[in-house]
Design a protein around this ligand. Sequence first.
Ligand SMILES: Nc1ncnc2c1ncn2[C@@H]1O[C@H](COP(=O)(O)OP(=O)(O)O)[C@@H](O)[C@H]1O
Ligand SMILES: [Mg+2]
Length: 374
Amino acid sequence: MIAPGSTLGILGGGQLGRMTGQAARSLGYDFVVFEPQDHCPAGHIAGLEINAKYSDRAALELLANSSDVVTYEFENVPVEATHALEKRVTLHPRPEILHICQNREREKNFLRDNDIPCAPFAIVDSLSDLENALATIGTPSVLKTAAFGYDGKGQLKISQENPDTAAVWEQFGKHRAVLEGWMDFSMEISVLVAANEQGEISTFPVAENIHTNHILDYSIVPARISEDLQRAAEALAKDIARKLGLVGLLGVELFVLRDGTLAVNELAPRPHNSGHYTLDACVTSQFEQFVRAVCGLPLGSTKLLSPVTMVNILGDAWIGRDPDFAELLKHPEAKLHLYGKAQARPGRKMGHFTVLADTADASYQLAQDLKTKL
Ligand SMILES: Nc1ncnc2c1ncn2[C@@H]1O[C@H](COP(=O)(O)OP(=O)(O)O)[C@@H](O)[C@H]1O
Ligand SMILES: [Mg+2]
């Protein structure tokens, strides 16, 4: 066990790192952040902020020497950095998990090889691959870049029945990709699962996720699906965590298909945007659970204290005028979290708020009303 009083190091300094650092500090840990860009959200609350490239061996050495345990909050950290670190300091989750989850091709192969339900897919690396893939998977389908995609970036939906494949391949940019069958889902949900080295494993209540322009807009908890389906999603997330050999936290994004079955969309080996509701609505937040898991502490209760809806606040809210936070804060049910980012840009996650209510429906209704007041 890496006891309170020790130092947690983290690769990546965005809002996920910031909120992890806040949880670590609450538990009495010191906190070090490693992030290429200076003035990062996590840097504001870190005892030490190391600004260097992920390939900078001396800077990684400094992180290892300054930390008792290291983790990451960002899946595009080069896996080599984690390999270098694990030789010098305890690091969770193990680099192989990062390696799998940072690449859609490896992630999809992992799911298929482990009999975990997911969309039909084929790997595409040339125009002829794309033609073959479309012949088996058909349309509608979606071409997704194998590496470095987020918030719908690096994706191209193919809806037309007989598309001009050469034009599609050209437009996509000819990157190595995964072609996925389009899933006819009735809902998108997610489950966060945590595991520690002692073998404890625990899930958070299932979130129902509503995306706008491919970016998470609302998470509603509990998800408005049957208890059985909630239990099935939690069981699937635990199964994935065990098969990965997870120590840490993993976000599992799923589709609820029209026939009532589940298919896994994506895995994220870190805190997840759809788990921010836990800060205000659960006994233990996802960030505290993450710290507990990587430090080998007992896992905390994930009990939901109240139905809740989380709303992302994007940089778009700053266009024309500054958001009216006072108006939002007048409502005692609303809890505001801002990430301390100086520059607002369209689509950039600047903060979030949560709204507690007696039912999920009521919290969602109120959240929508309050969003218009920003
Ligand atoms: N195969 C699919 N079928 C239907 N919708 C999809 C499919 N893949 C992605 N989407 C939609 O696009 C969103 C973003 O895709 P995702 O693979 O999660 O990428 P990322 O979150 O990394 O941008 C999903 O949340 C879902 O709404
Ligand atoms: Mg996603």
